[in-house]
Design a protein around this ligand. Sequence first.
Ligand code: ATP
Length: 239
Amino acid sequence: MPLLEIKDMAVAYGRIEALHGISISVEKGELVTLIGANGAGKTTTMRAISGVRPLSRGSIIFDGQDITKMKAYKRVIAGIVQSPEGRGVFPGMTVQENLDMGHYGRKFESKAAYQETLDKVFELFPRLAERRSQVGGTMSGGEQQMVAIGRALMARPRVLLLDEPSMGLAPMVIQQIFRIISEINATGVTILLVEQNAQQALSRSSRAYILETGEVVKTGPGKELLADPAIKEAYLGVA
Ligand code: ATP
C-alpha cells in the first residue's frame, strides 16, 4: 500500500480547472518528483495535498486513510509537511526561532525528542547551527532555503512536500540543496518534490511524473525518464 495515493484528482480555480484528474502514488521511503513547465499544475498539486486547495473530484489517501476532506492543520499533525515555494522564512525571526515555528503543529513528546530532531537538522545543515541567532531576512537565498527545509523537518514529516527548492539559486547552491534532499531521503523521510530543474531531480528520484497542462503525461523511474529523448528535448534543453 502506498504511503500517499492521489486518485483522479481534479482541482479548479473558479470555473477554470487547473488539474484534470491526476493520479500519483508515493511509496514509503521513496523520493518522487513532479516535473512540469510553468503553469502545468505542480504547485496546485502540492496545495491540494497539503489541504489548502479543495478537490473538485477524486481523492487523497494517506497511510490508508481518506484525507480528501481533512483540514490542512490536521494533515500536518498526521505528518504531511510542506516546505512552500518561495521559502516563507520569517525575516524578523532568528534561524532558531524559524526552526521552532516548524513543530508548532506537531508537538514533541519530550525535550529530549525536540533536541534530537534539532540536532539532526543542524547535522544536515551545519550552516544553520553556526547562524542560529542570525535573523532570517539577512540570510542568503540558499541559506533561507535551508531554513525552510529545516523548519519543515522540525515537524518530523512522514512525507515531506518540497516545492521548487532550487528556484532562484546559483548552480553551486542548487547542487548542495539537492545533495541534502538525497541525504534527508536516505534517513528514511519520504519526499514528494516539485522541480523545474529536471536534470538534478530526475537523477536523484526513485520515480517521477511529468505533468503537462493539468495532466500526467508520463511516469517512470527517474533515470529512465532522464534518458527519454522527448523528455530531454522538452525539459533538459537538448534536442
Ligand atoms: P509554476 O512553476 O509556474 O509555479 P505550476 O506548475 O506550479 O507552475 P500552478 O501554479 O499549479 O502551476 O498553476 C496551474 C494553473 O492554474 C495555471 O494555469 C495557473 O494560471 C492557474 N492558477 C494557479 N493559481 C491560480 C489562482 N489563484 N487563480 C486562478 N488560476 C490559478
